[in-house]
Design a binder for this molecule. Structure first.
Ligand code: CMP
Length: 300
């Protein structure tokens, strides 16, 4: 069904199985069309949460499909192979032969089955001759996977630059990336409070924080350090039950922290004695530094 100018994205591997290639799926198109497609995808309530690059890649891989008057573009209950943007003509949406609504140009449709891996929730039929831009399910899934892989690589490269983790074997670093959460803090927000229990370890991926601590000499906590991208804090929580020894406060908006909690860490990385030992050695030096600082403060 439908006349199409499909991209040559389906090559076959040695076993005869279709192998998707993003590069082969790219279809050149005018900048004005790309803008209309981008806007159409961004207006869709389910797609607007996607990242800029994902939408961009989707637009690059869309290709034209036309349908004749009366033809079904989508049949309710069937598996979904494409999502579409209507470029020309008019479409009716039916559920069990009941007309629900009509789709007008530069609207996205057929996104639900592709996004949620469900069967088509409705039928869509061409009222007159219709021109659409389609995106294959394989291309969509590949774009989602590529983004996840790129992000994984970015975090792994970044973690490699964090001194504490610099000597970890690749697979262990990868495991850490897999169990990371990302948290954002605005200026003045506390990431950690002195005296509280905590079981999370933080690495700063973006921005600055200050470290403040209560001392005998001052009523208010005093700033004892500032930390920035690549620095880390809360690492003691990974190996012991100590309460937090200082406050960590965001110094600017949008401080990005990579967070690993002890339980996840133990489950995924905990068997790696090297890292445990490495951290323990590191925390021992911290303790010494702390003691030195306290000693210095009491004499000054
Ligand atoms: P999907 O379920 O993949 O295929 C049928 C499409 O019809 C569906 O995605 C939506 O894009 C669209 N659709 C379903 N229900 C409605 C509705 N009530 N109004 C408008 N569009 C709909």
């Amino acid at each position: 069904a439908g006349v199409s100018a499909e991209p040559t994205s389906r090559t076959y591997d040695s076993g005869g199985l279709p192998k998707f290639s993003f590069e082969n799926a790219l279809v050149p198109k005018d900048a004005s069309v790309k803008k209309l497609l981008t806007d159409a995808l961004n207006r869709n309530q389910y797609l607007k949460r996607l990242e800029l690059q994902q939408i961009r890649d989707m637009v690059e891989c869309m290709y034209e499909r036309t349908y004749q008057q009366g033809e079904f573009v989508i049949q309710q209950g069937e598996p979904g192979n494409h999502l579409f943007v209507l470029a020309d003509g008019k479409l009716d949406v039916f559920q069990h032969s009941k007309l629900l609504t009509s789709i007008t140009v530069w609207t996205t449709f057929g996104e639900l089955a592709i996004l949620y891996n469900c069967t088509r929730t409705a039928s869509v039929r061409a009222v007159n001759k219709v021109r659409t831009w389609a995106l294959d399910r394989e291309a969509f899934q590949n774009i989602m996977r590529r983004t996840a892989e790129t992000r994984h690589d970015q975090y792994r490269n970044f973690l490699r630059s964090v001194s504490l983790l610099a000597n970890l074997p690749e697979d262990k670093l990868s495991k850490i990336v897999d169990c990371l959460e990302v948290e954002y803090y605005d200026k003045g927000e506390y990431v950690i409070r002195e005296g509280e229990e905590g079981s999370t370890f933080y690495i700063i991926a973006q921005g600055k924080v200050k470290v403040t601590q209560t001392t005998e000499a001052h009523k208010l906590p005093q700033t004892i350090n500032t930390l920035q991208k690549g620095d880390y804090f809360g690492e003691k929580a990974l190996i012991s039950d100590d309460v937090r020894s200082a406050n960590i406060v965001a110094e600017e908006n949008g401080v990005e922290c990579l967070v690993i909690d002890r339980e996840t860490f133990d489950q995924t990385v905990g068997t790696f004695n090297e890292l445990q030992k490495y951290l323990q050695g590191y925390v021992a030096t911290l303790d010494r530094d702390d003691k030195k600082r306290h000693a210095r403060r009491s004499v000054s």
